[in-house]
Ligand binder design. Structure first.
Ligand code: ADP
Ligand code: MG
Length: 609
């Protein structure tokens, strides 16, 4: 028989232990939640294995969790009849951090070093190691469910190392003995333990015994009829499921019988956008078949863009022996998925119509996800487009409208949905291309998120009305082309000559009412915003040429024309005309070398003086 071995913890584990032990995290009772949650995982796994694998130790053994106290030895014991661990599993699972969530936690704490971040411990549930907040020593006696496995004893005081040796245990499962610290004796009191379980582990799907006495259990909430459940029940289950203290923004309970039976309980969490990235990495919905957990964080039952949702789906119609690999190909899973997604999107649409304020909150957190859906989920594109919100010319900064509202505001004869993109509301608002829209009272969507244009390009139309950038040259509003007089025509030719191939064309504007000039996009060419993104992705990308539009009613243009009449070769006029173009190009970020511009500026200044 092998002797006792001493092994070192991975350095990340050591760091985590330091944080846990020295931070004096006030809510250390969560260690019990973590141990019970691991026991549940181990039991879920054995339950799943029992469905398929015949070669299992102690087949008939009850699936249960036992919590025992021994006041004399100052010891708390948490025991389960789950899958247990082999020697290698002990080393891999408890000597290193495999869990990406825990690694993320470490990085976050490292980066911010703020004490409040320790609340993340609660949310993440940093798992097994939290036991060292209350333990002087931890002894794990475990035996794997695989036939013929040996038992092992793992011991650690939470410092730098742990020991492993072969041991004796007659039945499958894991027994964790915790020698409590002097200041943690409260965890030997039955009422305290019961209280913690009620608070954090109420919905555990296996019986829990405290010193041999079975605790009352709650049946899985999703299988109960809706009319027997209160909001409070839903919130409690949510807390159990996620460890989040904040209430969910909304939830949806779906039960269907035909053509396939399933229950689904889905929540929209209220996570702060700061931590979004950390908390939406893994899908948040678990898949059950006949109350047996088939897969935690299932990738198969909810599309990726809805990863932020939390909840469970349980179907009687899934074959129990379905292998983890074949879930995604299962026809019933696909149908249930389709059904659920549709219901969720409809639910969100409903909120938008009935409680707009709440919807705006949801939108601010997850609007990006809905946009992602428009690109990836073709089947639900129409429904998703109903969920889009925008700021607009008429809505004002920070206020939102949806596309229906935009449509309702159509001016007579309007047949297009206009949009304009830019960095921020304020910067867009000043764009001269909006002048004609302001004058005619036509609303324009303001796109400030760089992905917005891709999204609208994907949609192309909303309820058969096409999206159109206000800068595109063929918008269907503005005055009919006025008769161009001779002088104006000559002046435009003069500009065309002067600008050469720096612009695609020069012409009289239909969209300007105040400003002197603006640059617009030739039909079918990408917008400036879009081109900027392309330029970032590919340095050699050639920006397409713009059309230069002038407004003959503007005083500056008027004066230029009269100067042109007097002296067709005026250097002063040429300099001003070049400046006129370059001002616009600079505004759009189309000129990087400003030397000529600045030199000319000085000339013009000198002349003015
Ligand atoms: P997580 O549960 O998020 O994976 P933990 O730190 O809580 O992280 O646990 C680490 C790993 O240790 C688990 O994934 C599991 O493989 C193993 N483990 C912990 N407790 C038990 C147990 N009671 N039975 C079997 N395996 C366990
Ligand atoms: Mg765990």
């Amino acid at each position: 028989m092998k002797k006792k071995e001493t092994l070192k913890f991975q350095s990340e584990v050591k760091r985590l232990l330091d944080i846990l032990v020295y931070s004096l995290y006030k809510n250390r009772e969560i260690f019990l939640r973590e141990l019970i949650s691991n026991a549940v995982d181990a039991l879920n796994k054995v339950q799943f294995e029992l469905l398929t694998d015949k070669k299992i130790e102690d087949r008939e053994r009850e699936l249960r969790i036992d919590i025992k106290t021994d006041k004399e030895k100052n010891m708390l014991i948490v025991e389960d009849t789950g899958i247990g661990m082999t020697r290698k599993e002990l080393i891999d699972n408890l000597g290193t951090i495999a869990h990406s969530g825990t690694m993320d936690f470490l990085k976050k704490v490292q980066r911010k070093k703020k004490v409040e971040d320790l609340d993340l411990i609660g949310k993440f549930g940093v798992g097994f190691y939290s036991v060292f907040m209350v333990a002087k020593e931890v002894r794990i006696l475990t035996k794997s469910f695989r036939k013929g496995s040996s038992a092992y004893l793992w011991v650690s005081q939470g410092g730098e190392e742990y020991t492993i040796e072969k041991s004796e245990k007659d039945k499958r499962g894991t027994r964790i003995e915790i020698i409590l610290k002097e200041d943690a004796k409260e965890f030997l009191e039955e009422y305290r333990i019961e209280n913690i379980i009620n608070k954090h582990s109420k919905f555990v799907p296996f019986p829990i015994y405290i010193n041999g006495k079975e605790l009352k259990r709650k049946p899985p909430i999703w299988t109960q009829p809706k009319n027997q459940l209160k909001e409070k029940d839903y919130f409690e289950f949510y807390k159990y499921l996620t460890n989040y203290e904040e209430k969910p923004l909304t939830y949806l309970h779906i039960s269907a019988d035909a053509p396939y039976q399933f229950h689904a309980l889905i929540y929209v969490p209220d996570i702060s956008t700061d931590f979004m990235e950390l908390f939406t990495k893994e899908p948040g919905v678990d898949l059950y078949s006949k109350k047996v957990l088939i897969r935690k964080h299932s990738k198969d039952i909810i599309p990726e863009y809805l990863n932020f949702l939390k909840g469970v789906v349980d179907s009687e119609d899934l074959p129990l022996n379905i292998s983890r690999e074949s879930i995604q190909d299962d026809l019933i899973v696909q149908k249930i998925k389709k059904h659920i997604v549709k219901k969720i999107l409809e639910h969100l649409k409903n909120i938008k119509e009935k409680d707009f304020e709440l919807y705006v909150k949801i939108w601010k957190k997850f609007g990006r996800k809905f946009k992602e859906g428009i690109i990836s989920d073709f089947d639900n594109r129409d429904l998703l487009s109903e969920l889009l919100l925008f700021e607009s010319l008429k809505s004002g900064e920070g206020k939102f409208i949806d596309l229906n509202k935009y449509k309702e505001s159509f001016e007579k004869d309007q047949t297009e949905i206009y949009y304009i993109s830019g960095e921020s509301y304020k910067s867009i608002e000043k764009n001269p291309s909006l002048e004609i829209f302001k004058e005619k009272g036509i609303d324009v969507l303001f796109l400030t998120d760089p992905v917005d244009e891709f999204v609208l390009e994907h949609l192309k139309v909303f309820k058969s009305f096409p999206f159109k950038a206000v800068e595109s040259s063929d918008i269907k509003i503005g005055e009919e082309k006025r008769e161009e007089d001779r002088e104006l025509k000559d002046f435009i030719d003069f500009l065309k000559n002067l600008y050469g191939d720096r612009v695609a064309d020069v012409r009289v504007s239909r969209r300007l009412t105040k400003s002197a000039c603006t640059l617009v996009n030739p039909e079918n060419s990408p917008s400036v915003q879009m081109e900027r993104i392309m330029k970032i992705m590919n340095k050699d990308y050639e920006m397409s040429k713009k059309i230069f539009e002038i407004n003959p009613n503007n005083i500056l243009i008027k004066k230029m024309i009269s100067l042109y009449k007097k002296d067709k070769d005026s250097d002063k006029l040429k300099n001003i005309a070049l400046h006129l173009l370059e001002n616009q190009m600079i505004r759009e970020g189309l000129i990087s070398d400003l030397n000529n511009y600045l030199e000319r500026s000085e000339k013009i200044m000198l002349e003015t003086l």
